[in-house]
Design a protein around this ligand. Structure first.
Ligand code: NAD
Ligand code: ZN
Length: 371
């Protein structure tokens, strides 16, 4: 097999610059690495905030972290994957720190370097541009806005060959985040109430999962009417446009005093405040929306104290991806987790249109077709 593969990659050269599709090269897999021929990659809001440098991933870089494709080549230490396997790429983790050993890989000691450092853990990149200059890569241990991507065996999740592979990439991040927050972290219970602050890709995945979990009051809060309409179609029992209504008062009315569970996915501190205020006694809110580093939010200390309220941060739905992603595929195949209703496909050349449509609220979850 060749030492390098010629690829096409969408490169982010400067802060907030459009993605530019360039010719590039990627090296062959070593050790426990897997080279994946990318079929399609979902676009998540996190790609945009990194393009805009809320998180300082070094540039120029190849982003993309919801890749789905077919194993093209494997390193000599790979044991559980073979050429031709269908895989969804998820976040990177070390597999041996305390949290990884304990089944909480999303809180890996090395989460930041393995996902946001712009290189492998040794500081080396696998990508070069057409002039032979290194491109920062290993974004979420994949950099999958490209025709080929290198991951590790640990973050390449095998999925059944009879599932629609081009649809599955978003299970690696945005969908897993919303669904896992509900199922793994908040542990939403049958008959309970759940409020999703934000009806974007993450928030609506949470709505779908709340239905799977058996919540009987499911409220979506957003400011975009089309998203609220879709929330109703996906199983929300109530929707609130928080530009038109006082969301906290309305939630307290619907839930007779406050919700048991909530999730904040807008990344706005004032919305997090609304979420905390709308919890009932012993209620819990998960925080997944990501503002700029250093952002503060406020809450009423006595309200949290006397209410026994829980506020908890959640990374990637606290999922064990090798178990959770195949479970979501199975639920999808049974018609119980119809996340395809969130998706719109774009050609690779339309990647900037995909980003713009997502930011304008026109498209919930763009998937860029690459192969
Ligand atoms: P998105 O843009 O599709 O969703 C955000 C939603 O918030 C939109 O529907 C928007 O209309 C809504 N919104 C904006 N202002 C609002 C307001 N004042 N009140 C109510 N709703 C409002 O983004 P997404 O892809 O769903 O991602 C959501 C967030 O989660 C992002 O910040 C992303 O970076 C983050 N994220 C975190 C993790 C994690 O592991 N914690 C993983 C994936 C994504
Ligand atoms: Zn993401």
């Amino acid at each position: 097999s060749p030492a390098f593969y010629d690829i096409r990659a969408a490169v982010t050269r400067e802060q907030s610059a459009p993605f530019v599709i360039e010719d590039a090269r990627i090296r062959a897999p070593k050790n426990d690495e897997v080279l994946v021929k990318i079929l399609a990659t979902g676009m998540c809001h996190t790609d945009m905030i990194v393009r805009d440098q809320y998180y300082p991933v070094p540039l120029p870089a190849v982003l993309g972290h919801e890749g789905a494709g077919i194993v093209e080549a494997v390193g000599p230490q790979v044991q559980g994957l073979s050429v031709g396997d269908h895989v969804v790429l998820t976040y990177g983790y070390c597999s041996h720190c305390h949290q990884c050993s304990d089944g909480h890989a999303a809180y890996c000691d090395e989460f930041y370097p393995r996902n946001f450092q712009g290189s492998d853990v040794n500081g080396e990149t696998a990508l070069q541009d057409a002039n032979g200059k290194p491109l920062h890569d290993h974004f979420f241990a994949q950099s999958s806005f490209a025709s080929y991507a290198l991951s590790l065996e640990s973050n390449a999740v095998k999925v059944p060959a009879d599932a629609p592979l081009e649809l599955l990439g978003p299970l690696g991040c945005g969908i897993q985040t919303g669904a896992g927050a509900v199922i793994n972290s908040l542990k939403v219970t049958p008959g309970s109430s759940f409020v999703s602050f934000g009806a974007g890709a993450v928030g609506l995945s949470a709505v779908l999962a709340a239905r799977v979990a058996g919540a009987t009051t499911i409220i979506a809060v957003d400011v975009v009417p089309s998203r609220l309409e879709l929330a109703l179609e996906l199983g929300a029992t109530h929707v609130i446009n928080s530009l038109e209504e006082d969301a906290v008062a309305r939630i307290k009315e619907i839930t007779h005093g406050g919700t048991k569970f909530a999730l904040e996915s807008t990344g706005r501190p004032q919305v997090l405040r609304q979420g905390i205020d709308s919890l009932g006694l012993l209620g819990a809110i998960g925080v997944v929306g990501a503002p700029k580093l250093g952002t503060d939010a406020s809450f009423d200390v006595n309200d949290v104290l006397l209410g026994g309220k829980t506020i908890r941060g959640i990374v990637e739905g606290d999922s064990n991806p090798k178990q959770f992603i195949p479970m979501l595929v199975e639920l999808y195949q049974q018609g119980r987790f119809p996340f395809d209703k969130l998706v719109k496909f774009y050609d690779f050349e339309q990647i900037n249109q995909a980003a713009a449509d997502s930011e304008k609220g026109i498209t919930l979850k763009p998937i860029v077709r690459i192969a």
